[in-house]
Design a protein. Structure first.
Ligand code: GN1
Ligand code: MG
Length: 372
């Protein structure tokens, strides 16, 4: 990621007073570029500056409309319940001089700024049950607060984002085009993916689509997208780029993908990858504490399918990108997307052999809350 030299000119388009010399690269996102900047007014909050990847997010205007809608809705909810601080629990975008919440520069790059929430932490790998539980509460509450928004209201920022049929078709096209010449080296991975494709179509089936409500969900619930405070208590869900319609199980599955795995998403040594069931239990407990009141029985039953689907789909997406020559996800080395693919497939394999125990944990937690 490049360090920027035009900061003063760039940030002068936003309504804020920035110490341009304080610029630092921030975070570990695979798509956008994020930078930290200090506030000239040291008594006020610092900032995050983001370059929005407009090859991925093709309509930044509509993406920003989505974000503003969600932010306003969440802040309103928190204000009405009088239980918390909307400025700490929901991100706050900084308007530009032209009143929009993004700025397009002379190179065609899109930028936005928000306040940096101080005294918060995010984790790439979860360490304790408390963190997992609090993360579950945060994402559960996030879905609950959005559950009164009607399906169809949000702009579909990335069409077919969690449609596995579409993702598999893209993988097939990538293999056919073989832009990088890498398709020959990934036959084992492709064969494994094909063998399991049939069982991954649960959410595409008409009988499921009939009973599962489409809701406004986060769509990118990896654990580092929840900020915990210094006591490891849930504070704020971040990265609202992909908030749009979907099934609640997608959010549950994507969070579990990053929580139950004892290793990072791109672990090279597959033998190290283990499942941490305690963290799974804790996340499920936290999630259902918040979400239990609005979830239907079919949705609860579908959660386990999200747990299997999300690592599988992530592997399909990483592999497609590897074969396409790394056009979508940022990579640190040549085989990074392949390494990510293998780690996600390993996780998927392990989850597959423990479906029953995971299922019964979900059902037991559901029952426990029903009694209360
Ligand atoms: C991307 O940029 P980041 O890390 O928030 C991706 C997610 C993937 C994730 C995998 C818009 O998210 O869908 O799950 O990488 N975001 C987009 O780590 O494709
Ligand atoms: Mg993201």
């Amino acid at each position: 990621m490049q360090i920027l030299d035009n900061i003063p000119a760039l940030v002068s388009n936003f309504n804020c007073h920035v110490d341009a010399d304080s610029l630092k690269i921030f975070g570990s996102g695979h798509i956008n570029d994020t930078y930290f900047l200090k506030n000239l007014d040291t008594s006020d909050s610092d900032f995050l500056l983001q370059r929005i990847n407009h090859h991925v997010f093709k309509n930044v205007e509509k993406l920003t409309d989505n974000m503003c809608l969600v932010i306003e809705h969440l802040k309103d909810k928190i204000k009405k319940t009088n239980e918390g601080d909307p400025d700490k629990e929901v991100m706050t975008l900084i308007p530009c001089r032209n009143k929009k919440y993004y700025y397009k520069d002379e190179h065609g790059d899109y930028w936005r700024m928000c306040y940096f929430l101080k005294n918060t932490k995010s984790y790439d790998v979860v360490e304790t049950e408390k963190q997992a539980y609090e993360g579950g509460k945060a994402f559960g509450k996030f879905q609950k607060m959005l559950s009164d928004l009607p399906a169809g209201l949000m702009y579909e920022v990335i069409p077919n984002f969690h449609n596995i049929e579409f993702r598999l078709a893209n993988l097939k096209t990538a293999v056919h085009n073989n832009l990088s010449g890498r398709a020959e080296h990934v036959k084992t991975e492709l064969q494994f993916i094909n063998e399991h494709a049939g069982s991954m179509l649960y959410f595409q089936k008409p009988e499921q689509q009939k009973v599962l409500p489409r809701r406004v969900i986060h769509n990118d619930t990896k654990f580092n997208n929840v900020l915990l405070d210094l006591n490891d208590e849930a504070q704020c869900v971040i990265d609202l780029d992909t908030v749009m319609d979907g099934y609640v199980a997608f959010d549950f599955g994507d969070a579990i993908r990053t929580i139950i795995n004892t290793e990072a998403e791109d672990e090279e040594d597959l033998s190290k990858i283990k499942l941490n069931f305690h963290l799974f239990d804790a996340y499920t407990k936290g999630y259902l504490k918040e979400a239990n009141s609005f979830l239907t029985e079919s949705e609860v039953n579908s959660l386990i399918m999200g747990v299997l689907l999300l690592p599988y789909m992530q592997a399909v997406r990483f592999l497609e990108d590897y074969i396409n020559g790394d056009q979508y996800f940022k990579v640190k080395f040549d085989t990074h997307n392949l390494q990510r693919t293998r780690a996600q497939l390993q996780l998927f394999k392990m989850l597959n052999t423990h479906v029953e125990v995971l299922k019964s944990t979900i059902q037991n937690e559901r029952k426990a809350y029903k009694k209360n």
